[in-house]
Design a protein around this ligand. Structure first.
Ligand code: HEC
Length: 195
């Protein structure tokens, strides 16, 4: 039926619109059984789109972060789905997204990702701590030719904050980071591959 299809096709239905639609449907010729089915389906869909909120960084750098990562959420996102917290000990605790200031064509010219990353690459990971609704952690890898040839010339640095309106401050950098990231030296020290 036409109305039925319409509701199923339209994915991100706001709740209040759903309510209005449901009431409108009540007064149409739809059999009540079908109606219940439709409402149930829509409710299921509403539930499934309730992902953890992923706030978008503004075009200006978040407070305390360097200018070269301003607007990083507009960059190429390596992961297709948010990376969930790792139970029992997560090196970067939270729900994460990883971005790079490169295009898909540059890093995956034939559809398959090529390594190493070009000089000048910046990889930014943001994380929302479990139970929070703002970005509380930013980890950055910057590739600068000549700075650290032993570790593929990546500079590592990580920032944290404890409130949505607080400034980020540096929590750790370099040695502690590459010690662990060296596990994926074969893919240029970056764990997250392009989806
Ligand atoms: C104990 C291991 C460990 C340590 C220490 C560590 N990382 Fe990571 N890091 C990971 C793992 C695993 C991932 C991929 C999964 C994820 O995103 O949490 C990752 C992801 C990242 C990413 C996103 C790109 C990628 O590699 O997937 C950045 C950027 C990053 N880390 C920076 C840092 C910085 C900066 C430090 C030091 C302050 C650091 N890391 C320390 C394990 C570690």
């Amino acid at each position: 039926m036409k109305t039925h299809m319409g509701i199923q096709d339209y994915k991100p239905i706001p709740r209040n619109l759903l309510a209005v639609l449901a009431i409108a449907l009540l007064f149409t010729a739809c059999a009540s059984e079908q109606l219940e089915e439709i409402i149930e389906k829509s409710e299921e869909e509403t539930m499934t789109i309730e992902e953890p909120v992923q706030p978008t960084a503004p075009a200006v750098a978040l407070p305390g972060l360097p200018d070269d990562v301003a607007g990083y959420t507009q960059w190429l996102k390596l992961n297709a789905e948010p990376i969930p917290p790792v139970p029992g000990g997560d090196p970067h605790n939270g729900t994460k997204n990883v971005y790079v200031n490169q295009t898909r064509d540059t890093i995956a010219p034939n559809g398959t990702q090529q390594f190493p990353y070009p000089d000048g690459s910046i990889v930014v990971k943001d994380a929302i701590r479990p139970g929070k609704d703002y970005i509380g952690l930013i980890a950055i890898m910057r590739k600068k030719a000549g700075t650290d040839p032993d570790h593929n010339d990546w500079e590592f640095i990580e920032y944290v904050r404890n409130a949505a309106d607080a400034e980020f401050s540096v929590i750790a950098q370099d040695r502690i980071c590459w010690g662990c990231h060296a596990r994926v030296e074969d893919i240029d020290y970056v764990f997250t591959e392009l989806d």
